[in-house]
Design a protein. Structure first.
Length: 181
């Protein structure tokens, strides 16, 4: 990957644990810092970072699989690397605070706008493009919500349960109770 033209808009999407993340090398490049500076800032402020919230440490077989994925999207990781730090959005904010340069804050705003929101994974079952997605709407005063029932019931009642949503109550009812046969 050409790091000379690297910007938050052009960063390749790296998703780990259903979150967009960024490597230390890429973070240093876009902040205009050196990788060693990011590492030293982390070591000096390790008590302010929480693993799983601000960063992930990738080792072993996970690292091997991640390297294969990163090779496909043209992000090179040295074969000598034994552990890799991946920074979450909250972790990159901490680094911007520690660096405290105008460029780091500008780039952090761009990361939030272009990288982390653009690369947020879509939950399973939703459409992939914004034009295919329907906006979420508040349920109307009369709506139907269908729930599957347990298997050990009669055939008719095992098909589904209907819940009518009224302003005052939302008590589940079986189809037969609603006049549906």
């Amino acid at each position: 990957m050409n790091t000379a033209t690297l910007s938050p808009e052009t960063l390749p999407a790296i998703i780990w644990n259903n979150q967009p993340v960024i490597t230390t090398e890429l973070l240093a490049n876009i902040y205009g810092a050196k990788e060693i500076q990011i590492q030293q800032n982390f070591n000096n402020n390790a008590s302010r970072f929480i693993e799983g919230i601000h960063y992930f440490i990738i080792k072993g077989t996970d690292l091997k699989e991640l390297k294969l994925y990163l090779d496909k999207i043209e992000v090179q990781i040295s074969n000598m690397v034994r552990k890799l730090y991946l920074w979450t959005e909250r972790g990159t904010v901490r680094h911007a605070k520690i660096l405290d340069t105008d460029n780091a804050w500008l780039v952090q705003d761009q990361l939030e706008e272009f990288y982390f929101t653009k690369n947020t994974p879509v939950p399973y079952g939703l459409k992939d493009t914004p034009t295919e997605r329907l906006p979420l709407k508040k349920p109307s005063s009369h709506c139907l919500v269908v729930y599957p029932l347990k298997r050990k019931t009669s055939l008719r009642s095992s098909l589904m349960t209907v819940q009518r949503c009224y302003p005052k109550t939302s008590k589940p009812r079986r189809l037969s109770q609603c006049g549906v046969h």
